[in-house]
Every structure is written in structure tokens, then in C-alpha cells.
Design a protein. Structure first.
Ligand code: FUB
Length: 329
């Protein structure tokens, strides 16, 4: 496999809208080692690739995350942490806890950050820049577990937004059942209908939709309640709303317990972003479960077979990156 990222060092302080920007170079996994991070959503805006992870807090006892950072790279070699871009509990009146896996898309020069809170709300925040500052335009969630048509018997989390070539935007969301809404042109409202996605095997959470060679790919974490640890599985369809046909596993179980990913094309290559608990285990092998809530974002190349199916990705890890990490210990 192609060598992904070359390393070197350093920290350069740049200005940022809300907090300091940290600039450093990459090489090997995890790609974020100065803090804990999870649930990476990667998108290309202009000539750069942006990653929006959730943030596992230093003293986390559970998934009690509270803010979002934005990371950016122009070359998959150097990387910048643009600092905190949104704090739902401070910047909305209604979000109170559990700022989990976000996603961010661009439309007409504005950036829309979709995020779950309280395991029942999906909010949207808007900015003129990918790195924020983001603001709550609605004053209430965009969608909730109680919205008409939503099917959810567990946590209503993990929004992912896909904009098709015809301009229609879709938000896939949910746990145990994959719900989908068609967003309106304004990206902060939808047409009122909730579609239930069919054809996914053992769907649990962390949906992600991308398009390749005219086909739609819905990848997701399968269920930890069916006798195995969660894997990233995928299905393919001719339409964003399906029906989907199950195709198999992209990524096996990782060391964090939860499995969450995104797939993006950048500079002619395809990448799988995901998280592991390797850094958490390295820093605290003495604390059982530390790695489950102190995760780290990773990236590896992703390849397709000639028939359009995806080759399983084998996660990589760099001992150097683990050794030199500056995350909470
Ligand atoms: O990070 C909190 C939750 O863990 C996410 O929302 C899930 O996808 C899982 O990764």
C-alpha cells in the first residue's frame, strides 16, 4: 500500500476565530495526537480537505463531548487544527449534553455543521467559513427523535449529509434504523418526509453516503449486539434513497469498541477516515476502557475493485506517533 503521510514536527501558532490554530505535519496513524478525537467526517471544500471529528474530552468518563474542532489539509502531509468551531451547549438554548458525531457540508458559499445532542436532537449551525465561527440559525433542532416519521428505538444520532450531483441534499441519521430526509435548498429545513432506508444488514449507527462511478454507497457501523464487535459495513444502490444491496465489510473491529468512519476522494486518491483506541491504550493500558472514550482519528487509503466493490481496509498504526503523542495522560 502506498505510503500515506510523511512526518515531521512542530507546532506553529496561527490566528483563528475562536481558539488557536495548531499546524503540524502528518505521518502515520493516529493523525491527531495532541488531543483525543473521534467520528471523523471528511469533505473536500475548494482545494483542501477538511475533517470534522467529535472531541473526546481529557477527563471523559463516557461520551460526554462538548465541542467541535475543524482540521484542514491541502496535501495530506501537513495538517492544521483550526481550534474549536462550535460549542452547542454555549451557543444554543436547547442542546444540553452529548455533542457526538458531526458532519459539515458546503452549499452556495455557506457551511452547514450538522450535529447530534442529547441523543435525541439533530441541530444545524451555519458559517461563512469551513472553520467557523458557526451559529445556530434556527433556535431549535432541525430534526428530533419525535419528529413525524422518524423511526428510532435507541439514540437518535450521527447525521451525515450527502449532496447529489443534481443538487439535492440528503441527511442520513439514526441508530438501529437508518432514517433519511431531503433537505431544502436553504439546508436548514426539509420537505417534511422521513424515508426509511432498506437493504442494510445489521445497521447500527454512523451512516456515511458517497458516490462512485454512478453508484451510491451507504457505509455504516454494524451492530455490537449481534455477537461480534462493530465493523464498518456497506451497501450499494442506484438511488440515494435505495433500495440498497448489502456488499460486505470495509473495516473490521477497531480497538476503541465503537467504529465510525467517512470516505472521501482527494487529489485523485480515496481515503477512509476512522477512529481507533490505540492512543488511549498506549497512554493508559492501566485503565480498563480508557480507549473507548479516548479515541483518535486515523486515515488509510481505500481502493475499489473493478466491479465497484470496496476492498477491505487494514488499519495501520505508527509506533512513533504513539510515542510522541501529547494528548492527555
Ligand atoms: O462518539 C460518540 C458516539 O460513538 C458516536 O456518535 C457513535 O457513532 C460512536 O462512535
Amino acid at each position: 500500500m502506498k505510503q500515506i503521510l510523511t512526518i515531521s514536527l512542530g507546532l506553529v501558532m496561527l490566528s483563528a476565530c475562536t481558539t488557536k490554530t495548531i499546524h503540524y505535519e502528518l505521518a502515520g496513524n493516529p493523525i491527531i495526537t495532541h488531543m483525543y478525537s473521534a467520528d471523523p467526517s471528511a469533505h473536500v471544500f475548494g482545494d483542501s480537505l477538511y475533517v470534522y471529528p467529535s472531541h473526546d474530552r481529557d477527563h471523559a468518563m463516557g461520551f460526554d463531548m462538548e465541542d467541535y474542532h475543524c482540521y484542514v489539509t491541502a496535501d495530506m502531509k501537513t495538517f492544521e487544527d483550526r481550534g474549536v468551531i462550535f460549542r452547542p451547549f454555549e451557543q444554543t438554548t436547547w442542546a444540553k449534553k452529548n455533542a457526538w458525531a458531526p458532519d459539515c457540508v458546503e452549499r452556495n458559499g455557506k457551511y452547514y455543521l450538522y450535529y447530534p445532542t442529547d441523543v435525541k436532537y439533530i441541530g444545524v449551525a451555519v458559517s461563512d467559513h469551513p472553520w467557523g465561527p458557526f451559529e445556530d440559525p434556527l433556535g431549535h433542532p432541525l430534526l428530533t427523535i419525535d419528529s413525524p416519521g422518524v423511526v428510532c428505538d435507541r439514540d437518535f444520532i450521527d447525521p451525515c449529509v450527502f449532496i447529489d450531483d443534481d443538487g439535492q441534499a440528503y441527511m442520513f441519521v439514526g441508530q438501529n434504523t437508518c432514517c433519511c430526509i431531503k433537505l431544502n435548498e436553504d439546508m436548514i429545513s426539509y420537505d417534511g418526509e422521513v424515508h426509511i432506508i432498506e437493504g442494510l444488514e445489521e445497521f447500527f449507527e454512523a451512516s456515511w453516503v458517497h458516490k462512485y462511478a454512478g453508484k451510491y454507497y451507504l457505509s455504516y457501523s454494524n451492530s455490537p449486539f449481534t455477537g461480534h464487535k462493530p465493523e464498518i459495513a456497506y451497501a450499494m444502490a442506484d438511488n440515494p434513497l435505495g433500495p440498497y444491496e448489502y456488499k460486505g465489510i470495509i473495516l473490521g473491529p477497531v480497538s476503541s469498541g465503537t467504529n465510525h468512519h467517512s470516505i472521501v476522494q482527494f487529489g485523485g486518491d480515496w481515503f477512509l477516515f476512522y477512529h481507533t483506541g490505540d492512543l488511549g491504550i498506549y497512554n493508559h493500558p492501566d485503565i480498563p476502557g480508557f480507549e473507548s472514550v479516548h479515541r483518535s482519528v486515523c486515515v488509510d487509503y481505500l481502493y475499489y475493485n473493478e466491479d465497484g466493490t470496496i476492498r477491505p481496509v487494514v488499519p495501520t498504526v505508527s509506533e512513533e506517533k504513539l510515542k510522541n503523542n501529547t494528548a492527555f495522560k
